[in-house]
Design a binder for this molecule. Structure first.
Ligand code: IVH
Length: 687
């Protein structure tokens, strides 16, 4: 008995020591013991745990090695949406951001706070994969990718293998304890040296090498078999907390220090800045040091330091108004345009594409670059055969930035837009006021193919196996001539076609069947209505009960949805006023497409998990997206109580335009203040 207690104690001590050394090694980059000493501690722990498995706990450092493979990733819901950042490409754009921030805070007491303490925090923008990690009672219990900002993939076993990420938070020194549940956000990345080594190994195994460290990190993190992830040298820098409530911090800088003091790796180059001028000099510094760093950074992130000011500034549908990504200029290279071809997209738009002499830009071989449209070719004065500068920025398709006219030989040829579609031969038209050239034939096979590929894609109807090659073959053979034709396919029709045996035919048919049970937002997105992306499709789906009701929606109905403007509304109405589109949707509905709506159970769950549940909420000022009574009703539906005046019992004050004295009172009482945009983000269901 006595012995067992001693063993347990030794195990505990070893765990603490190892966790501490992981922190010194990975987070501080300053190991205090040799690798051999560390290995000896680790081995001792492993051996004790092997002999006494009853003492293994999920937070033991030995558990960072992976679990049995998963069938698929489960969804991971972010309680507070994980937004993206707006980009500033030039100094001017950064200064404009500063102006917007100051203007946004004008007339509030927060302005003074900004001028007296550090106004911003600058952090390196790590080129990796955004993740969220949840700690409950200090123990790592879950991890997920950003996904679309609301729902990502549950990668818990994989996240546990990330080097330097503690499985148990270890507050160092005299610091506040982490709250019972805390979700930490950060960027998982791979060091440049580790990436090169990994690629060598990949080649050795005959596996394809990764294009860049970010792809390597993303690919490694999304392995269904976490023992593979465990072999990949992934690391992390943490830069934020999902929900700050319950913590006594007033600035982002304090948040970073808190994370660090809990044992999480925080980038050591982050700096508080008093003014935007300081920001510029820190950014210059980062740019200069960029190539010496062991990991890739693609810019700097500038964040308003004061958290109250962050809340007050709020966010747009996509990104916070209190932060911006100041991107370093992208990678460029010189090459030559061999030819210009024309691609036809799903809306019939003709896009000229430059075929290049292959060139490596920042580790990626580039063969094609978009020329956007004919006007761009004229504006940049691009000829076939020209030497050009090509830029590749992050995920964006490479583009031609500039022509090196001095290199012209006289052999170059002028490019003209074809008068007839290169695919179907129909006339090419240009609508008045539009730069785009379009194929006039709605049945053009290039358009049909592109729209079917989009319809089947992962974020749309998610028909696995309906990729580019298959679609091309099915359309060329006349088996599919329009989107609804997908649902007329059968196993018999597929078997024997190029690439299709018994099994693959069955798999595709099953995938097609599965896609019939879908959600309204996916269907809306899948139709490929111009300007309706994934996010907008979701906003629309939240407002309309069915696709039928959307088909008869008026512009005004659509424009009353926050986040939907004139352009989107007009585009949706135009789309459904085309009888061909209406017929197509009707055919889809006839082929038994079934739209799932969140069930009552789910709604109840949402109510329980709402941040308004059990809270006293006060509104002040004018709301732009709904009436006061609608807002109050929503809060009540989510289990909150609405009160007319602010007191110490108030939990949340929602602030609209021109807030009155209630806002001042909330600030003086230190009550949490929420702007309208933030309020909207917390409403999961909207009629
Ligand atoms: S803050 C709402 N800080 O950049 C705040 N993001 O372009 C959003 N990123 O999705 C994130 N380093 O994946 C933040 N120090 C940093 C970052 C960082 C890299 C990534 C992150 C985000 C993307 C936005």
């Amino acid at each position: 008995m006595e012995d067992l207690r001693k063993i347990k104690e030794r195990i505990e001590t070893l765990r603490k020591e190892i966790t501490l050394h992981n922190y010194y090694y990975y987070a501080l980059d300053r190991p205090v013991i040799s690798d051999e000493e560390y290995d000896a501690l680790f081995r001792e722990l492993q051996e004790l745990e092997r002999a006494y498995p009853q003492f293994i706990t999920p937070d033991s450092p030995t558990q960072k090695v992976g679990h049995p493979p998963l069938e698929e990733f489960k969804p991971f819901e972010h309680v507070v949406p994980m937004l993206s950042l707006e980009n500033a490409m030039t100094e001017e754009e950064l200064l404009n951001f500063d102006k917007r921030v100051r203007k946004g805070l004008e007339g509030t007491p927060l302005r003074d706070i900004l001028d007296s303490s550090g106004m911003y925090v600058v952090e390196p923008k790590i080129d990796g994969v955004a993740v969220e990690i949840v700690y409950e009672k200090g123990i790592l219990i879950a991890g997920g990718t950003r996904g679309d900002g609301r729902i990502g993939e549950d990668i818990t076993p994989n996240i546990k293998t990330v080097r330097g990420l503690p499985l148990r938070l270890m507050p160092f020194g005299n610091v506040p304890d982490p709250p019972p549940v805390v979700s930490v956000r950060g960027e998982v990345y791979m060091e440049k040296g580790d990436f090169l080594k990994l690629n060598e190994e990949q080649r050795g195994r005959g596996a394809p090498p990764f294009a860049n460290p970010r792809n390597a990190a993303a690919g490694s993190l999304r392995q269904l078999d976490s023992s593979i992830t465990a072999q990949r040298p992934l690391r992390i820098f943490c830069y934020g907390i999902g929900k700050i409530e319950g913590l006594s911090v007033t600035t982002h800088w304090e948040v970073l220090n808190l994370l660090r003091s809990w044992g999480l790796p925080v980038n050591p180059l982050s700096r508080p800045c008093k003014t935007v001028q300081d920001v510029l000099s820190i950014v210059d510094d980062l740019r200069d040091r960029r190539h010496e760093l062991p990991y890739e950074i693609d810019g700097a992130v500038v964040k308003v330091n004061n958290l109250e000011a962050q809340r007050y500034l709020g966010e747009t549908t996509r990104s916070p108004r209190w932060a911006i990504a100041y991107k370093f200029s992208a990678y460029t290279a010189q090459t030559r345009i061999k030819n210009i071809r024309v691609q036809v997209g799903r809306t019939g738009v003709l896009t000229p594409v430059a075929e290049l002499e292959p060139v490596s830009i920042g580790g990626v071989v580039v063969r094609n670059a978009t020329l956007h449209n004919y006007d761009e070719i004229l504006r940049k004065n691009i000829l076939v055969g020209d030497h050009v500068i090509v830029r590749r920025a992050g995920d964006v398709i490479p583009e031609v930035v500039e022509v090196l006219k001095e290199k012209r030989t006289g052999e170059e040829r002028v490019f003209t837009m074809p008068s007839h579609c290169p695919v179907c031969g129909s006339e090419v038209i240009q609508n008045p006021g539009e730069t785009a050239h379009r194929c006039s034939n709605p049945r053009c096979s290039a358009r049909v193919k592109a729209s079917i590929i989009h319809f089947s894609s992962r974020d749309a109807m998610d028909i696995e196996g309906m990729g580019e090659k298959t679609v091309e073959m099915l359309v060329d053979r006349g088996l599919v001539n329009s989107i609804p034709d997908i649902y007329t396919l059968s196993k018999e029709k597929l078997v024997g076609l190029p690439g299709f045996g018994d099994l693959s035919a069955e798999n595709l048919i099953n995938a097609i069947e599965r896609s019939k049970r879908t959600t309204l937002d996916r269907l809306i997105f899948a139709l490929g209505i111009p300007y309706v992306g994934r996010y907008t499709a979701r906003l629309i789906a939240e407002r309309f009960p069915s696709i039928k009701s959307l088909m008869s929606a008026r512009r005004e109905d659509l424009m009353s949805i926050p986040g939907v403007g004139e352009k989107v509304a007009g585009s949706v109405v135009d789309y459904f006023s085309d009888p061909n589109h209406r017929e197509m949707v009707n055919r889809l509905l006839e082929s038994a497409i079934e739209i799932k709506t969140p069930g009552e159970e789910e709604t109840k769950e949402l109510e329980k998990s709402s941040i308004f549940s059990g809270k006293v909420v006060v509104f002040t000022g004018t709301l732009s997206s709904m009436t006061r009574s609608e807002a109050e009703e929503l809060v009540e539906r989510m289990g909150g109580k609405v009160s007319k005046s602010v007191s110490r019992n108030t939990d949340i004050v929602v602030v609209g335009e021109n807030p009155g004295s209630k806002y001042q009172k909330a600030l003086s009482l230190g009550i949490s203040v929420m702007r309208e945009s933030e309020f909207l983000n917390h409403i999961p269901f909207r009629k």
